[in-house]
Design a protein around this ligand. Structure first.
Ligand code: UN1
Length: 509
């Protein structure tokens, strides 16, 4: 039985489908319908932004510790519904159940961290240069926040925005990926009921990209949106960044990645292979933190490649409810784009020399569920050895189960190659040499560095974010995200009874 979902503005379900209807199939069994989505349009978005703006005046008056305890209750309700929510995610986007459970755990962790923020939200006292004058700083909420999220992490990544935004006194209009609408709807309900959120504090808009952009533009124009958070592609991030910039706003942008993994001669190769397998092919390569290119020292290249090849051939791909490395692609649009890319890779890499450089080593890049080729959007893992720095595969995020491999001679070259793609989200190094660890950390352009661990798999309370084509330097998670959802306000309070002028009436000894 397919679930029917629609936008919810100020606590009311939006009637009809002004933006049309989306029939969402199970990506693992495309003949089976899982969600029927009534889409809103630009007006729905603007209406939701208006509802958020109106509700913010009362929400900011709720004492922060009370908002924090609402976050705590949301966390407990999500915990009580962990299995149910994870199953909706697995069914709707084909993420293996173990990963979906991990994703839900990430929401609980985020709530656990931020419930305490309600009792902190610290400001400062600052000494004045004049007697009987007090200086203070306060964190004020931005106002109404627009949150636009991707469908590969349909519940955890949204919570990275919703939780800190709400606890700091903002209200939200949330536009999730429409192909993950049932997951989003389920999370919305847990937030509203768990936290007892008043109408309008959290609004859900289901709409396509075009209508969302138009709605966001109109809302910014009307002064209804004070901050935008966006997780998605670099291409769309640029558009949203430009739009926000023209309204003198700085959005929180979390975009794509082409995340490298350096494998040095001292590396534990089994660990490096396990890491490459998980971050390259886990979630079918559809994480912003997925591994893009392995940069391996030439002395261990052959050995690494043989083991990586064998491991990827042995991996189980299939039904996301079973014990598999990964399931289907998220959505037909991604599958089609990936297939075009794969076609290019096959043509391009066939033209390389007979020495094996540039050949597709592993996997059988054929579409099809093992045993039932027509069942869903499944792809086998592909490893391309010998990628060169001007190859598309080296330079572009693929969002699919494909990993490039290239070699280096000296360590400086490895660091240089690890930055040459222009993204800067996540980077990993496998080494037992502390000097290499330190040199890599300092030299990488990435916002997140892993040592003897994978490029993907961030923890919920460490700063998350990227540089270059991966974002605008904003950071989510932990205390660092507070700077995204609050503005500093300063106050000076003179109780001397005189008009003391800064710089002119400075006290002297
Ligand atoms: C994303 O793909 O948008 O680091 C976020 C990870 C996850 C988050 C990925 N916890 O893999």
């Amino acid at each position: 039985m397919a679930r029917s979902v629609a936008s919810i503005v100020a606590g009311r379900m939006v009637a009809g489908a002004p933006g049309g209807t989306l029939q969402r199939p199970n990506p693992g069994r495309t003949a089976e319908l899982v969600t029927e989505v009534s889409l809103g349009d630009a007006a729905t978005f603007a209406e939701a932004a208006g509802a958020a703006k109106a509700a913010q005046r009362a929400w900011v008056d709720v004492p922060a510790p009370v908002r924090g305890s609402a976050i705590g209750k949301i966390g407990r309700l999500v915990e009580a519904n962990k299995d149910r929510l994870a199953r909706i995610v697995t069914e709707e986007i084909g993420k293996p159940l173990a990963e979906a459970l991990g994703e839900v755990q990430e929401i609980i962790d985020t709530c656990d961290f931020f419930l305490g923020e309600g009792r902190r939200l610290y400001g400062q006292t600052v000494p004045s240069e004049m007697p009987d004058k007090q200086l203070f700083t306060f964190r004020n909420p931005m106002g109404a926040v627009a949150v636009i999220t991707a469908g590969n992490f349909p519940v955890a990544v949204p919570s990275w925005y919703l939780v800190p935004a709400l606890v700091t006194g903002n209200t939200v209009v949330w536009k999730p990926a429409e192909y993950a609408a049932a997951s989003a709807h389920a999370l919305y309900e847990l937030f509203v009921h768990g936290g007892g959120l008043p109408d309008g504090v959290l609004n859900l808009v289901l709409a396509d990209g075009e209508q969302t952009y138009a709605g966001l533009e109109a809302s910014l124009e009307a002064g209804l949106v004070d901050k935008v958070g966006f997780t998605g592609s670099t291409l769309v991030g640029r558009k949203i960044g430009a739009l926000c910039g023209s309204h003198l706003q700085t959005p929180c942008l979390e975009l794509g990645g082409k995340n490298p993994q350096v494998v040095t001669p001292s590396a534990n190769l089994d660990l490096a292979v396990e890491g490459a397998l998980f971050s390259g092919f886990g979630t079918a390569g559809q994480r912003c933190t997925s591994l893009g290119t392995v940069i391996v020292h030439e002395s261990v290249h052959k050995d690494f490649l043989a083991r990586f090849d064998a491991a990827s051939r042995a991996a189980r791909i299939g039904d996301a409810f079973e014990d598999v490395l990964y399931g289907p692609m998220l959505d037909e649009r991604f599958a089609r784009r990936y297939e075009t890319f794969l076609g290019w890779v096959k043509d391009h890499h066939r033209t390389y020399g007979s020495d094996g450089v540039g050949r597709i080593t592993a996997g059988n890049p054929r579409k099809g569920f093992v045993g039932d080729p027509e069942a869903g959007m499944f792809y086998h893992p592909v490893i391309v050895d010998g990628v060169r720095r001007d190859d598309d595969l080296f330079l572009t995020e693929t969002f699919g189960p494909i990993v490039g491999v290239t070699t280096y001679r000296d360590f400086d070259e490895a660091v240089e190659l690890a930055n040459a793609h222009g993204y800067g989200l996540s980077a990993a190094i496998y080494t037992t040499d502390p000097h290499e660890v330190w040199t890599f950390r300092r030299g990488t352009s990435a916002g997140m560095v892993s040592v003897n661990n994978t490029t993907s798999g961030a923890e919920a309370h460490l700063p998350f974010g990227g540089n270059g084509k991966s974002g605008n330097g904003s950071r989510q998670s932990g205390q660092w995200v507070l700077d995204q959802f609050t503005r500093w306000q300063s106050m000076n309070w003179d109780h001397s009874g005189r008009l003391q002028k800064a710089q002119m009436d400075v006290a002297t000894l």
